[in-house]
Design a binder for this molecule. Structure first.
Ligand code: DOR
Ligand code: ZN
Length: 363
């Protein structure tokens, strides 16, 4: 008897945390190349962070980014506004309806948006319209600082790339308290640890950094017990030449490897297929209030395996921290609103065909 090839269809995958680059950092990635990587990774849509220069912290920068991504994107998209060190809150009412949310960087990372002063953080929290979410970079005890602002304001807040057992404990308690918080974890913190840094060198450098095996185990527990809401790639390409410099910039690409890594974990019995679909599609869409468009689906062959290699990636940076790993689950097709935009090998969508998910008007 010939085995029947069976595929899985995942509706409207959304990665709510990517750094597509473009603009002044188009040498690292363009909106065209990195949204192509998103389609190749199975995604319907991505939400782009504001830290690529010129940072998305004022209305001219917002216009410039909307125009550039609108011209180039091959998948659907939204962008974040950024909280700046200088007070940019006057721009918030006009910006809020045109973006998916506000990003506040509360610990050091790529770019110049760090806000360490709690009173300044509170001013941004106070000014951002409640109808849109705040997403935060907060590590360690900073998580508790941000939770104090959530408690005081009731502002819905997504905690990006949570990476330690301590942070998970704080957020688990916050959820039990009823605070309106959601939690994202990245594939690199789920599938790599500090033990991998020796072999990876700068290709294993990102913010938050890779953590201990005990931290990694806490993230997997939190996937199992529902404390984690989404797996977000934190796709952040830098060129190999930049990564060879000292100090190397922080950030790793992830759009094309997240789904196969999770499907491999599902095959190994570490989580269910239904949970994978929740983490990469259903929960991210719900958090950002987005409905799946009709006939928008990722068709995956769970029984096809590949080795992650540079040559097969669409991201302009052309490398992955997961190179050499054998993964199960190959994207055979992505359809958006009934059109085949990725056929398993090639991106078929025209530049600019991706839609803005937050075009303005009422939220
Ligand atoms: O490693 C990181 N790289 N973490 C971030 O938060 C930003 C990102 C980037 O933009 O390169
Ligand atoms: Zn990020």
């Amino acid at each position: 008897m010939t085995p029947v090839a069976s595929t899985i269809a995942i509706p409207a995958m959304l990665d709510p945390h990517v750094h597509l680059r473009g603009l002044e950092w188009a040498h690292k990635g363009t909106f065209a190349s990195e949204t192509a990587a998103a389609l190749a990774g199975g995604y319907w849509a991505v939400l782009d962070m504001p830290n690529t220069p010129p940072s998305t912290v004022d209305l001219p920068a917002l216009e410039a980014k909307l125009a550039a991504i609108g011209r180039e994107a091959v998948c659907d998209w939204g962008i974040y506004f950024g909280a700046s060190q200088a007070d940019n809150t006057a721009a918030y009412p006009a910006a809020a309806d045109r973006v998916c949310g506000l990003k506040i960087y509360n610990n050091a990372t790529t770019g110049d948006l760090l806000i360490e002063d709690q009173a300044r953080r509170a001013a941004h929290y106070g000014a951002w319209p409640r109808r849109r979410i705040v997403a935060v970079h907060a590590e360690g005890r900073t998580v508790a600082d941000i939770l104090a602002l959530v408690r005081a304001t009731g502002q819905r807040t997504h905690f990006c790339h949570i990476s330690t057992a301590e942070e998970i404990a704080l957020l688990r308690a916050a959820k039990a308290e009823g605070l309106p918080v959601t939690v994202g974890v990245t594939p690199h913190h789920l599938f790599l640890t500090e033990d991998d840094v020796a072999a990876l060198g700068a290709l294993g450098r990102m913010k938050p950094e890779l953590k201990t095996r005990a931290d990694q185990a806490a993230l997997w527990d939190a996937i199992g017990n529902g404390v984690v809401d989404v797996v977000e790639s934190d796709h952040a390409p830098h060129t190999l030449a930049e990564k060879a410099a000292d100090p190397a910039p922080s950030g790793v690409p992830g759009l094309e490897t997240t789904l196969p890594l999770l499907l491999t974990a599902a095959r190994e019995g570490r989580l269910s297929l239904a949970r994978v679909v929740e983490l990469v599609a259903e929960r991210p869409r719900a958090i950002f209030g987005l409905a799946a468009p009709p006939d928008t689906v990722t068709v995956v062959d769970p029984d096809a395996s590949t080795v992650i290699e540079r040559g097969s990636l669409h991201t302009l940076c052309g490398w992955s921290p997961f190179e050499g790993m054998r993964v199960w689950g190959k994207v055979r097709e992505v359809r958006i609103r009934g059109r085949v935009v990725f056929d398993g090998k090639r991106v078929l969508a025209a530049p600019g065909s991706g839609q803005n998910l937050f075009p303005g008007g009422a939220a």
